[in-house]
Ligand binder design. Sequence first.
Ligand SMILES: [Zn+2]
Length: 189
Amino acid sequence: MKVVIAAVVITVAIIIFIYFKEIKSYIKMINLDGRQKDFIKDLQPQAQGIFAAFFSRIEKETNYRFYPTSGYRDYAKQAQLHLENSSNAPAGSSMHNFGLAIDGNGVNKETGVFELKKATDKQLWIDSGIPQIAADLGLTWGGNFSNYYDPIHFGFDGVIPIAELQALAASTYGLDPTKVIGNKLNIVV
Ligand SMILES: [Zn+2]
């Protein structure tokens, strides 16, 4: 009898533990809007929680809501963007190609005005508090890029060497870029 009770208690404890982990990730997502969730679900699994926390903290701690405009882009899409504007990274050399970056604007929560955009002054971005939240979470801000001012960009640039990602992509999917599924690579963030 005691053995049965012990088994039941252990089983219930395991179930609660599993549910608690799921509930925690659900709570992180609960105050995100549908657009934010759509962009997050295409990211690397390990990056999803970080970006959920990023959007959630912006919502809670600043006057802004983050409005994502670009997230995961496959190699083909990236090649097209590079062709349109050579200042866009070539295929395989952007964190977007691996589901490790999101671009977006800061929308004033009260007025709905898109105040923080690509052309917005660096100081206004800093004053919003958004770059600091990114730094807290270990995300790199494109407003600090030395070669190309890109304040709408937040990602793992410099955190994970791009050469490592490219090598992993090549060893996983081969050398045909159309075969690369960058957001499904087995990356440890
Ligand atoms: Zn970007």
